[in-house]
Ligand binder design. Structure first.
Ligand code: GLU
Length: 297
């Protein structure tokens, strides 16, 4: 196997400590496997993309010594490819147009919420739009046993999700004319021949959807590893929206050591003194990661 990993930031702001942890984990995994490490800028969500944030993320990664092995991929340049995938799915009848508004979906789930069940799209438009205009495109998920997607997460262990009861038919093309993250990420991981995905555990909930979509498109399923996310004192995932500050590019080793500690990597057993160079840090951290993840030389 030729290992290919990636870091796929959404450019909603500069790199912060939470995103550094994901970048570092994916970088160390690629390094421990002696594989390639790619960066993909996930800038298809127009309203959330901040001008200049992608360039800022790329230059911070470089200052931190994480240099991708290939030129970064920009999702905003790949729209025709997503359209082609949507057409492929249309021709197989796996997707259908949906005319529901958020409010209609919420209203139709009111009785379900009272029973304290997980909310899944109830499939209102499966059998047709009933005269409503098409707003989004949804992928039909299977019923019965086929709806259960199981996978082994390299960090979190065995996982299962029932797509029918926990998710429902999910959106690939959004009502606001944007490509859904689920479609773009699956197409790009497949086209980039990504074999290993290492990312924050907040994306665990999306993984079953992505695996199902891979099956629908005939794409291979990569190995998954979801690392613990960094939270603030209120227990919320650190993000630009809740006050995460940009990293200090002048002191990469401080932030990198803190990120390694967050990942539970004990660097003191490898070298008796803390690394003074980025290269020294990465060598020690990759060895600690390899031992933590059971990766042999
Ligand atoms: N762009 C996503 C984010 O920044 C990550 C996507 C992924 O790693 O699959 O949260």
């Amino acid at each position: 196997m030729t290992y290919r990993g990636r870091f796929a930031p959404s450019p909603t702001g500069p790199l912060h400590f939470g995103s550094l942890v994901s970048a570092l984990a994916s970088w160390l995994d690629a390094r421990a496997h002696r594989g390639a490490w790619l960066v993909r800028i996930e800038d298809i969500d127009g309203p959330r993309t901040v001008p200049g944030a992608a360039e800022s993320i790329l230059s911070t990664l470089e200052r931190f010594g994480m240099i991708p092995d290939e030129p970064p991929v920009w999702q905003s340049r790949r729209m025709p490819r997503y359209q082609q995938a949507l057409e492929q799915l249309k021709s197989t009848g796996l997707i259908y147009p949906c005319g529901c508004t958020r409010k209609e979906i919420a209203d139709s789930l009111l009785h379900v919420r009272a029973r304290n069940t997980t909310l899944a799209y109830p499939g209102t438009c499966r059998a047709g739009l009933h005269g409503k205009p098409a707003r989004a495109w949804r992928l039909r998920v299977p019923d019965g046993d086929a709806a259960v997607i199981a996978f082994l997460d390299r960090w979190q262990g065995p996982q299962t999700q029932n797509l029918a009861t926990e998710v429902g038919d999910f959106v690939l093309r959004r009502a606001d004319d944007q490509w859904a993250y689920q479609l773009a990420v699956v197409i790009d991981d497949a086209d980039d021949d990504i074999t290993h995905i290492v990312r924050g555990a907040d994306l665990m909930d999306s993984t079953a959807r992505q695996i199902y979509l891979q099956h629908c498109l005939g794409a291979p399923t990569p190995h998954y590893c979801h690392v613990p996310v960094v939270t603030n004192e209120r227990g919320e995932k650190l993000s630009k929206q809740n006050g995460a500050t940009a990293l200090d590019g002048d002191h990469p080793l401080d932030a990198l050591n803190a990120a390694a500690r967050h990942l539970g990597l004990d660097l003191t057993t490898i070298g008796s003194t803390p690394a003074e160079t980025l290269e020294g840090f990465y060598a020690a951290a990759a060895a600690a990661w390899a031992s933590r993840m059971g990766i042999s030389e």
